[in-house]
Design a binder for this molecule. Structure first.
Ligand SMILES: Cc1cc2nc3c(=O)[nH]c(=O)nc-3n(C[C@H](O)[C@H](O)[C@H](O)COP(=O)(O)OP(=O)(O)OC[C@H]3O[C@@H](n4cnc5c(N)ncnc54)[C@H](O)[C@@H]3O)c2cc1C
Ligand code: SF4
Length: 479
């Protein structure tokens, strides 16, 4: 079969790849030919199929998990993680320099101010609902107003003025994004009105561009690298092997599959596949005293930054409060709304010992070994009770239960395996997400995160993709 040539090859069609492609097409010539190879199918079913679908997908079958007490959840298919909840906070400005400020982790190769305009652009593309907050300086307002807080949020906001506010959210609070306003029924397993931003529904125009060829059910096995340059890729489809050639490659197959493809391609960077990480979460179930809850206007209404940043990060991790607005009711007449549920989501220190490799048992799959959380991260468990007691003290709370996970659990965020940095001994790509040695290869997605901030990753990885594409534009030749 003839091998087709493309100027640019993109692996995966999730947030990372699609935001990159969106920006890339803005400056690519009419003659440009881009191929996107996507392992999964196009979902023609209900928009917004949610967590149940992610859990039902055989994601775990695509890897050999060497420590099953750590759970990895993701959706495979056109549009990537369409099952996401849609929480879209930014990283805190100090998250970019934890080594300099607190002697923990590593500094990112650039600062918040560098990413800030790309955050704004990503928020515009996703139609994020959010409010102003001094914690996250911004140069433009959010495209949509913040969601309405719920009863428990309002109590937090009273106690922590300016530090508890509406969670920036990819579910519209008002008309204006071209999508339906979230009806806040809280039963979002399958959003009937496609309110939540999804790549597969809301960025289809990118794939309708005549310069783009999307091939689904194309499982990329490896890149062909010759003389330090990517020249093409091998992929499997319907049991057969196929090849394409290319001048530039961008891999956005999430933090487990991207490093695996690079390892299969013969790359041997010391950090490749290592530093696998995600946040640590602890849940709190609260019985409220006279406070009516569940009156917010979406599924996750509150964001608490009261313990996100400070000198304490030298000793223990910062965390954000994620306050949910799901109707988990209290079984008492007249008091059914007097219950709340929130999570403390902690930052973590990436560990070299947690890794993705080529499986010895089945080399067609990645072996994933998340050995353990860091000692720093584990202080979250030891201090959970005191953190929650402090948060809730003086608030109208009857009782509460802190739910510390018994296993390593998972936040469904896969980060760190193709890290960004200046030192090739501890990172894989440079500040522009270009591989340190293979200069026509980019890595996209949260695999490039230098550290593991408390923030949910998708807004940041999408902003990074916009930035990576625009940085290429600034070069006479991407190679
Ligand atoms: C239930 C759930 C809830 C979540 N909620 C939130 C949230 O509220 N906020 C937040 O910020 N994040 C959330 N996330 C995380 C979010 O989904 C991810 O951060 C995001 O999807 C990552 O985007 P990506 O493009 O890097 O990877 P993905 O979205 O995973 O896209 C990768 C793409 O690559 C394809 N692919 C994989 N391997 C290959 C291969 N070998 N060849 C070709 N294609 C391949 C996949 O099919 C997929 O389309 C959630 C995740 C889950 C599972
Ligand atoms: S609450 Fe919002 S996201 Fe959930 S199903 Fe309703 S409209 Fe969709």
């Amino acid at each position: 079969m003839a091998v087709k040539h493309f100027d640019t090859l993109i692996v995966g069609s999730g947030f990372a790849s699609t935001f990159f492609l969106h920006e890339y097409l803005k400056w690519a010539p009419e003659s440009e030919r881009v191929v996107v190879l996507e392992r999964g199918l196009i979902n023609s079913a209900t928009p917004g199929k949610n967590y149940a679908e992610a859990k039902g997908m055989p994601f775990h079958k695509t890897m050999i998990n060497l420590n099953p007490s750590k759970v990895w959840v993701q959706r495979l298919g056109f549009g990537g993680g369409t099952c996401w909840t849609g929480n879209s906070p930014r990283m805190h400005p100090n998250d970019f320099r934890t080594a300099s400020l607190y002697g923990r982790g590593d500094d990112w190769p650039f600062q918040y101010s560098e990413l800030e305009p790309y955050y704004c652009d990503a928020e515009d593309l996703m139609g994020i609902s959010g409010g102003e907050s001094a914690v996250f300086p911004r140069s433009r307002p959010y495209p949509l107003p913040p969601h309405r807080l719920n009863g428990l949020d309002r109590e937090f906001a009273k106690k922590y003025p300016g530090l508890h506010f509406a969670m920036p959210c990819a579910r519209p609070s008002a008309p204006g994004s071209g999508r339906a306003v979230c009806c806040s029924n809280g039963v979002c397993e399958s959003c009937p009105v496609a309110a939540k931003f999804q790549v597969d529904f809301h960025m289809r125009a990118v794939y309708a561009d005549p310069r783009v060829t999307l091939i689904t059910e194309a499982n990329v096995v490896q890149l062909d690298i010759q003389n330090g340059q990517v020249v093409g890729a091998l992929y499997e489809s319907a049991g057969e092997e196929h090849r394409v050639t290319c001048d530039l490659a961008a891999v956005g197959a999430h933090g487990i599959m991207s490093p695996f493809i690079l390892l299969k391609s013969g790359l041997t960077d010391p950090a490749l596949g290592r530093y696998l990480n995600e946040q640590i979460a602890i849940s709190v179930d609260v019985l409220l005293d006279g406070v009516k809850n569940y009156d917010g206007s979406t599924i996750t209404t509150g964001y608490g930054a009261m313990k996100l940043d400070g000198e304490f990060r030298r000793d223990h991790p910062g965390f954000l409060v994620e306050n949910w607005n799901l109707p988990w009711l209290r079984a008492e007449r007249g008091r059914w709304q007097e219950r709340g549920y929130f999570k403390l989501v902690f930052e973590e220190l990436p560990q070299e010992r947690n890794y993705v490799a080529i499986s010895d048992v089945d080399p067609s799959k990645p072996a994933v070994n998340y050995v353990d959380n860091s000692d720093y991260g584990k202080t979250a468990f030891a201090m959970a009770d005191s953190f929650v007691a402090e948060l809730l003290s003086g608030m109208p709370v009857e009782s509460y239960k802190v739910e510390v996970p018994e296993t390593l659990d998972g936040e469904a965020h896969i980060q760190g395996t193709t890290r960004m940095g200046t030192d090739p001994a501890t990172s894989v790509v440079d500040a522009n997400q270009i591989h340190h040695k293979v200069r026509n290869l980019l890595c996209l997605g949260s695999g490039v995160f230098t550290t593991c901030p408390a923030a949910n990753p998708t807004l940041t990885l999408s902003a990074l993709s916009l930035r990576a594409a625009r940085k290429l534009k600034g070069q006479a030749s991407p190679v």
